[in-house]
Design a protein around this ligand. Structure first.
Ligand code: HMG
Ligand code: MG
Length: 298
């Protein structure tokens, strides 16, 4: 059966922007995050404290986070790859972080220059520091339904890595179809397998829409009991180290589908569509959200 409520984790300001070629100004990034909070989103990934040599678009993480007017009750997680990132994030008062690794060894090496086990070891001191500082930690597993370098990813690897992150202390583990190759039966089987080792209430799904399967995949995962969905306004996004991947599923499309299913999100679709249209203008290209465009035309 379907959940009665879904929490959307809006990743547009991080995943959505990290692959944009032209630098988006710090002021526009802040405006985006504040607009998203005004749409009723409760979890808004704000930025990434990664190496600016690896992801130049996120070089202004300190300025973005410290320039933000944070809305009470809204969570603003940020990506942190290592202790250095953690310390930068803490210096500006971050209250929630996300660590990230992958089910594919090959992808992980390209993305964070570390193998899977090595990355988990790298997170240990971050988790310890977060625990003593009272910081919540989310975990990401990438390439759960396929890898741009390795191809097929064994389900057992997805389960093992998700379980490791949960055991490490991540309150939620987001399962990422980084290159958007999954289809519903595969997505469902993947979540079902992970849920044998990690409570389904601690799972989120993160679909990129490369092959147009994201909404169908999300619905399949909701039927497995997942109630947290990552998405990106205007369908922006993509990982610079995942060749061929396009944007995340659009938040507007997810909200429209959930509304139609009678599932509460707390998000104002009209405002969200407006934000998506504004963002497309800032980025100088078309929105990838079908619902976003339809809502504006109407
Ligand atoms: P490395 O080169 O092995 O790191 O990169 P290093 O420790 O050797 O440091 C190299 C340089 O980077 C040094 O500077 C460090 O100070 C600096 P230098 O001495 O050369 O001047 N550095 C940092 N600077 C700022 N903040 C930091 C930091 N760490 C090191 N935190 C590293 C390893 C992990 C740092 C690098 O590979 C990296 O930053 N990778 C991030 C890649 C990334 O952000 N990818 C996109 C996000 S993941 C994603 O999109 C998937 C997801 O959406 C889910 C899905 O779709 O599947 C989450
Ligand atoms: Mg992603």
């Amino acid at each position: 059966s379907l959940p009665s409520q879904v929490r959307i984790v809006e990743v547009g300001a991080r995943d959505g922007l990290q692959n944009e070629k032209a630098f988006v100004s710090t002021a526009d990034k802040i405006a985006l995050i504040e607009r998203l909070a005004d749409c009723g989103l409760q979890s808004i990934e704000a930025t990434a404290f990664v190496s600016p040599k690896w992801v130049p678009q996120m070089a202004d993480a300190v300025e973005v986070y410290s320039g933000l007017h944070r809305k009470p009750g809204v969570r603003y997680p940020v990506l942190v790859p290592n202790l250095q990132g953690y310390e930068r994030a803490r210096s500006v008062g971050v209250e929630e972080i996300a660590v990230f690794t992958a089910a594919s060894e090959a992808f992980n090496r390209k993305n964070i220059n570390a193998g899977i086990d090595e990355s988990i070891e790298r997170f240990r001191p971050v988790m310890d520091a977060a625990k003593s500082d009272g910081i919540a930690v989310r975990g990401y597993v990438s390439t759960v339904l396929g890898c741009p370098f390795q191809g097929e990813v064994p389900l057992s690897d997805v389960v093992r890595v998700a379980k490791a992150l949960h055991e490490l202390g991540c309150y939620e583990v987001s399962l990422g179809d980084t290159i958007g190759v999954g289809t519903p039966a595969k997505a469902r089987a993947m979540v079902h397998a992970v849920a044998q080792e990690v409570p389904v209430s601690a799972l989120a799904v993160h679909f990129h829409d490369t092959w147009g399967q994201a909404l169908a995949n999300i619905l399949a995962c909701l039927e497995e009991g997942v109630a947290v969905v990552d998405s990106s306004v205007a369908g922006t996004g993509g990982c610079p180290y995942a060749p061929g991947a396009t944007g995340n599923v659009a938040s507007e499309d997810v909200v429209y589908m959930l509304q139609g299913l009678g599932i509460e999100t707390g998000v104002d679709l009209a405002k969200l569509a407006d934000t998506g249209r504004w963002l497309a203008g800032v980025l100088g290209h078309d929105s990838n959200s079908r619902a976003g465009k339809a809502a504006v035309i109407k």
